[in-house]
Design a protein around this ligand. Structure first.
Ligand code: SAM
Length: 181
């Protein structure tokens, strides 16, 4: 990215409960990928989510990762900046300061499901709210990434994608790319 260079942006999805949260965790992964992150760490193993994201990647491109790792390990091993999204945090108006601070540092964005343990609030460099009303980890992540990248990734294209959508006022226009082997 233009002013962010070659940094890694990962999302730590806390508290994934395979039965209950399958759909919303998949949406966390989809939003992370579409809005500019490189991958998601899932606290609990859920091969189905990884399979779905691998399948999506084959058609739509990129090298987005889904990795299973305990949140304690991710947090303790992370060398860059940690940003926890919570309705109790400071206002997103701090985004310019955060962008500046993250210029040459990897970023871990933490989102929750149920109650997030206090150690996450303590370990985070920033606890950031996207408004002070409770809503959703998917919405919070989308708004944060969009503000962070100033909308740059909304029409993101992946070089190795097999399908490409041509924005259209009425119809579904999709072109299938052919690749030379
Ligand atoms: N009590 C939670 C909290 O601390 O934000 C709300 C639980 S909500 C179902 C699940 C996750 O969505 C939260 O852990 C947080 O990451 C995200 N979230 C919800 N509302 C948010 C807000 N207003 N600002 C930032 N993140 C939010």
């Amino acid at each position: 990215m233009e002013d962010q260079g070659e940094i890694l942006i990962a999302v730590l999805r806390m508290g994934h409960r395979p039965q209950r949260d399958k759909r919303i965790t998949t949406h966390v992964c989809l939003v992370a990928r579409a809005f500019g992150a490189d991958g998601v760490f899932l606290w609990r193993k859920d091969e189905k989510i990884k399979e779905n994201m691998d399948k999506l990647r084959k058609t739509w491109g990129g090298d987005f990762f889904v990795e299973f790792k305990s949140y304690k390990k991710v947090l303790s091993e992370w060398k860059g900046i940690i940003i926890h999204l919570t309705m109790y945090g400071e206002k997103i108006d701090k985004i310019d300061e955060i962008r500046e601070k993250c210029k040459d540092k990897d970023i871990l964005i933490v989102v929750g499901a149920e109650k997030v343990p206090p150690e996450v609030y303590e370990k985070a460099d920033y606890n950031i709210s996207i408004g002070s009303q409770p809503h959703s980890e998917v919405a919070a992540l989308a708004v944060f990434l969009d503000r962070f990248f100033k909308g740059r990734y909304l029409y993101r294209e992946f070089e190795d994608a097999k399908m490409k959508i041509i924005p259209s006022p009425r119809s579904k226009t999709v072109i299938e790319k052919s690749f030379k082997s």
